[in-house]
Design a binder for this molecule. Structure first.
Ligand SMILES: [Zn+2]
Length: 119
């Protein structure tokens, strides 16, 4: 029997109401941005930004992902990614977007959920 999971349509449509955490170097519209700036922009878009992993997290911004193909990240897994994997084991789906995805979300567009690429 398949374990119960939070439904994910395969994309993230809005930052509004998300509990978000960022890892890696995040860039917005191709420019590296300081973590504080990234947090402010996400909060302005309606997300609650946290720096501690918890069961509340709904969105991980993985700054190091190129946004397209994600191959062999095993050696680059950060602690936050590992935490996401732990959450996954408990059936809690945390959506993952790249810097590119975050830029899209900040523009009001949907971003692909890369969760399945890292888990
Ligand atoms: Zn997802």
């Amino acid at each position: 029997m398949k374990k119960q999971r939070t439904a994910c349509p395969g994309h993230v449509s809005t930052l509004l109401g998300q509990v978000a955490i960022a890892t890696g170097k995040v860039s917005i519209r191709g420019e590296h941005e300081h973590r504080d700036i990234v947090h402010i922009l996400m909060e302005q878009a309606g997300a609650r930004v946290t720096t501690k992993m918890s069961g509340q997290i709904s969105l991980l911004i993985h700054g190091d992902l190129s946004g397209q193909v994600v191959v062999d990240l095993a050696r680059e897994y950060s602690q936050k990614i590992l935490d996401v994997l732990d959450e996954d084991k408990t059936g809690h789906h945390v959506c993952v977007v790249s810097s590119l995805g975050l830029s899209e979300l900040l523009e009001g567009r949907a971003a692909p959920c890369l969760h399945d690429h890292i888990v």
